[in-house]
Design a protein. Structure first.
Length: 104
C-alpha cells in the first residue's frame, strides 16, 4: 500500500492511541454527526449548517482511517459500488425502497 500523507497520519494516530481508541473515536464522531444532522434537518436549525459540515469532515476522516485499519480499500470500494448500484435501481423503480412511505 502506498503511504499518502493521510495514511501516514492514520498510522501515527494508531501508533499513538491504538486501534480501540480510534474505533471509539469513530463512534463518537458518528454520534456528533447524527446530532448535527438532527438539529439541521429535523429541528430546522439552519444555523447548524457549518456544524454539519464540520462533523461530516470528521466522519469522513474517521471512515478513511477505518479503511486503513481494516486494510479494506478495494473491498470497501466494491461494496460501495454495489450500494450505489442498488440506489440507482431504487431510484429507477426496479427495487422497492424500504422507506417508500417516509415524508421528505
Amino acid at each position: 500500500m502506498e503511504m499518502t500523507a493521510a495514511t501516514q497520519l492514520y498510522a501515527l494516530a494508531i501508533e499513538k492511541w491504538g486501534y480501540k481508541a480510534q474505533a471509539c473515536m469513530v463512534m463518537g464522531e458518528c454520534g456528533e454527526l447524527t446530532a448535527a444532522v438532527n438539529q439541521f434537518f429535523i429541528q430546522g436549525r439552519t444555523d447548524k449548517r457549518d456544524q454539519v459540515l464540520d462533523e461530516m469532515a470528521d466522519v469522513s476522516i474517521m471512515i478513511e482511517q477505518l479503511i486503513f485499519m481494516l486494510e479494506a480499500g478495494p473491498k470497501f470500494e466494491q461494496i460501495k459500488d454495489q450500494k450505489l448500484n442498488r440506489l440507482a435501481d431504487i431510484i429507477a423503480g426496479a427495487i422497492q425502497h424500504p422507506h417508500a412511505g417516509v415524508e421528505s
